[in-house]
Design a protein. Structure first.
Length: 423
């Protein structure tokens, strides 16, 4: 048996820790009026179809489960064929093959694939079948629901709405949750602290920030007076009805609140996941999400463990430099193996030269539908086996060390970051 085959056999036997998912928090919460095209094209591969030329209006028709399945398939088919070799496309093909016994997805098989998809939903226990039996996932970090099914998930919690509030009604709602009205920036900061501590008392495993979809990841450090000026905009017209348009608060308030949240996290030694790199969807501002923009936060908040998402794609070398320089910066490959399997594999080969092996987590499915998680972990296990086999072949380390690293990447490193008990 060659090194790759032996490593893949070892990795296939690992019960892994999944760093990031967007799945419904319970199987019963999965969408009901759906079929295989509607569910599988909720995100990711749909973006490749649009990139290949499918119009947004036609994508909505393809996603509509009330339309004729074959007609919808034929609308998508030319673009599906063009994109089927991408990481997103390969993940779905693997899921069709291994979960439903369908070897290819085309006009001749789409009806049978859908029949088996619907039958699996009706049978129930699909989460257990996909996540436990087929994917061998011990636990997944779910973004973000504290009521998640603990058989499958621990929770990440977001406070982006405290950093970038948009309307005074959000202040009113927060006041109702914490038990005191919000009249000042000091009240707003106290409310955040109350909700943060409540979340971790309820079992939250990590913080999460997804603001790279909305703004630059550069958070400057304005004075409290500057932040208060921005905060007071909420009270400029206190009797305005809730249906009026959103108030756009200034960057000074956003930046100040991020620093406040990080101060709280620093005192508590928390892990904080940050979205960096590629944004889901079409037509995004990629340079807002460069992980280098977080450098001032890495420098200041030394006891926060920054779990930097999506391998920073396409800024993998920049992320390598950051993880090498900062003891509190960790690389997370969630989403990476389907963004580009080759880029993920090559990045890992380089990271293993530059970054200590205890600083990389190999897998997070990052899907909003469960079948995709299986296809992603399938690719991830093979990617890591290939990268480690390459390092064995070039003499960087032996096969025993390669297996040790594989376990670190898939199990021990994420378990340590998120407090998962391995037993």
């Amino acid at each position: 048996m060659n090194a790759y085959d032996e490593l893949l056999e070892y990795i296939a036997g690992l019960e892994i820790v999944d760093t990031h998912e967007h799945l419904p928090h319970r199987e019963s919460a999965r969408p009901h009026n759906t079929d295989v095209l509607a569910e599988w094209l909720r995100h990711y591969f749909s973006c490749d179809l649009v990139s290949a030329g499918l119009r947004e209006a036609d994508l909505e028709r393809v996603r509509d489960p009330h339309g004729d399945l074959l007609d919808r398939w034929l609308l998508a088919e030319p673009f599906w064929q063009a994109a089927q070799s991408t990481g997103y496309g390969r993940s779905l093909a693997i899921a069709a093959r291994d979960l439903y016994g369908i070897d290819r997805i085309d006009a001749d098989t789409i009806a049978e694939l859908n029949r088996r998809f619907v039958a699996a939903r009706e049978q129930g226990n699909h989460y257990r079948f996909v996540l436990k039996e087929k994917s061998r996932i011990r636990v997944s970090v779910l973004d973000s629901n504290l009521d998640a099914d603990r058989e499958f998930f621990v929770s990440a919690i977001r406070f982006d709405h405290y950093i970038c509030p948009t309307h005074r009604r959000e202040l009113v709602a927060a006041g109702q949750r914490v038990g005191f009205p919000i009249h000042s920036l000091a009240d707003w900061k106290q409310a955040l602290e109350v909700e943060l501590d409540r979340a971790f008392e309820r079992g939250a495993a990590t913080l999460k920030c997804g603001l790279a979809y909305q703004r630059s990841l550069r958070f400057d450090k304005p004075t409290t007076a500057e932040a208060e000026t921005a905060f007071h905009e909420f009270f400029a017209d206190p009797h305005a009805p809730a249906w009026r348009g959103s108030i756009k608060v200034g960057k000074a308030l956003q930046d100040h609140m991020m620093h406040h949240l990080l101060t709280l996290a620093d005192r508590r030694g928390l892990t904080f996941q940050f979205h960096t790199g590629l944004q889901e969807g079409n037509g995004n501002v990629i340079y807002d999400a460069n992980p280098v923009l977080l450098t001032n936060l890495f420098l200041e908040y030394g006891d926060v463990k920054f779990d930097v998402f999506h391998m920073g794609y396409p800024y993998m070398q920049e992320l390598s430099n950051l993880a090498k320089n900062f003891r509190n910066v960790f690389i997370d490959m969630c989403w990476g193996h389907i963004i580009s399997p080759t880029a993920a594999r090559r990045a890992l080969v380089e990271w293993l030269d530059a970054v200590p092996a205890n600083k990389i987590s190999a897998f997070g499915g990052d899907y909003c539908f469960v079948d995709g998680v299986y296809g992603h972990q399938y690719l991830a296990r093979r990617n890591v086996a290939a990268a480690l086999a390459e390092k064995v072949a070039d003499g960087s380390f032996d096969l025993g060390r390669a297996k040790e690293i594989a376990r670190l990447l898939f199990v021990d490193n994420p378990a340590r970051l998120f407090g998962v008990e391995l037993g």
